[in-house]
Design a protein around this ligand. Structure first.
Ligand code: ADP
Length: 380
């Protein structure tokens, strides 16, 4: 028996999965190193969690994951490693088996997603050293959105920027791919669906018949919703002001917009939604107000793009677990067919709208790992 390893480096987490290389891949174990950059903690799905002192970044987190897997599955023979890679640029609209040339091309896309792409590619390189004979497969977060209509793909800049790749790529594609396959299997009657992936990174996607037609994320993973530490949509005039009047360098603005803004910047407290929900500080409440306000604003815009709405799906750490955020998003939206049943919502039920509701509102745990494992099986 051979095995597939999946690696999914988020902005503050490293999720992993070990699978039998069967069709479909059978999960043996999954887990996560969370709060990287703070007090890193390893949480295997099937064992006790423990702190990882000394783990300060994604590369050291990966070493801990490999040692954990070596202890729990000493006989595993990894023949394919599937990686989440945030940016595939214009060239990659499907998973691909990596070569040194492709890896170099992907390095060149790091400025488009500086918070993720370098971590993803560091993970690829660490996996090549750990498993030199295994196939390395990249699965791109941008791929699911590559066929957007022109109006959702472009900015109103002179044409030459579009030709040079300054486009709306959209991200979280593996998560949306998973939700699309879940909906195709379990809710085949739903055509026009908005999916809200609400984690430390957050975005929304409008899908028609399982295909993305619009995303709140654009050229970079900064656009759209406010996130744990990212600003989300911002008037570009603010960036000009920071440069001209505050004398900030591109590096300082990058640090501000990617690492010091969003829920953390607005609350002045934390990027963690659980901690914000528990806080009595009025700034925590204002950060949550802004988060839900922007989700609702995008919901309206995406519903118009779809020409109506059949379903709404919440996923990601916040979307799957926070009944409060889901209730706040759905509040007073009966006029577009959205409502939320308090008991179903509190129980984290799959369908949280009342029976017979015109729009089916759901909370569906996403599974980016299985999407990666399927691709690694197919291409490994
Ligand atoms: P990443 O984008 O790093 O993969 P996740 O999808 O794991 O992030 O989501 C992390 C976010 O989910 C954090 O803000 C965390 O506080 C939030 N979260 C997790 N569980 C809950 C919960 N029960 N209630 C509210 N928020 C939660």
């Amino acid at each position: 028996m051979t095995h597939i390893l999946t690696l999914n480096a988020g902005s503050s987490s490293l999720k992993y999965g070990l699978y039998d290389a069967t069709d479909p891949p059978r999960p043996l174990t999954t887990g996560k190193v969370g709060r990287i950059g703070g007090t890193a903690r390893l949480s295997p799905a099937d064992g006790p969690a423990r702190d990882l002192p000394g783990v300060t970044d994604h590369a050291t987190a990966l070493i801990s994951v490999l040692s954990e897997l070596h202890n729990t599955h000493p006989k595993a023979r990894v023949t394919a490693v599937g990686h989440r890679v945030v940016h595939g640029g214009l060239d990659y609209d499907a998973p691909i088996r990596l070569t040194p040339e492709i890896l170099t091309k992907l390095d060149a896309l790091s400025p488009f997603a500086p918070l993720h792409q370098p971590h993803n590619l560091a993970g690829v390189r660490a996996a090549i050293s750990a498993f030199p004979d295994a196939a390395q497969i990249a699965c791109f977060d941008t791929a699911f959105h590559r066929n957007h209509p022109f109006v959702n793909d472009t900015f109103a800049l002179p044409r030459r920027y579009y030709e040079a790749g300054v486009r709306r790529y959209g991200f979280h594609g593996l998560s949306y791919d998973y939700i699309a396959s879940d909906l195709a299997q379990h809710e085949p009657d739903l055509s026009r669906v908005i999916v809200a992936h609400l984690g430390n990174g957050a975005s929304m996607c409008a899908m028609r018949d399982g295909r993305s037609i619009a995303s709140t994320m654009g050229f970079s993973a900064l656009d759209g919703l406010p996130m744990g530490t990212r600003s989300g949509q911002l008037d570009p005039g603010v960036v000009l002001y920071l440069m001209d009047q505050e004398g900030m360098s591109p590096g300082q603005i990058t640090e501000l917009l990617y690492n010091q803004s969003g829920l953390k910047g607005l609350s002045g407290l934390t990027n963690d939604m659980r901690d914000l929900e528990a806080s009595s500080d009025p700034r925590a409440a204002e950060a949550i107000d802004y988060f839900t306000f922007r989700i609702r604003r995008e919901l309206g815009a995406l519903a118009v793009s779809l020409g109506g709405l059949d379903g709404v799906v919440f996923c990601g750490g916040i979307g799957e677990n926070s009944a409060m955020i889901r209730a706040r998003v759905c509040e007073g939206l009966d006029w577009i067919g959205i409502s939320c049943d308090a008991d179903r919502n509190a129980a984290n039920a799959r369908v949280i709208s009342p029976e017979g509701s015109p729009v089916r509102v759901m909370a569906i745990p996403t599974n980016e790992e299985i999407v990666i494992a399927r691709a690694a099986l197919a291409l490994g």
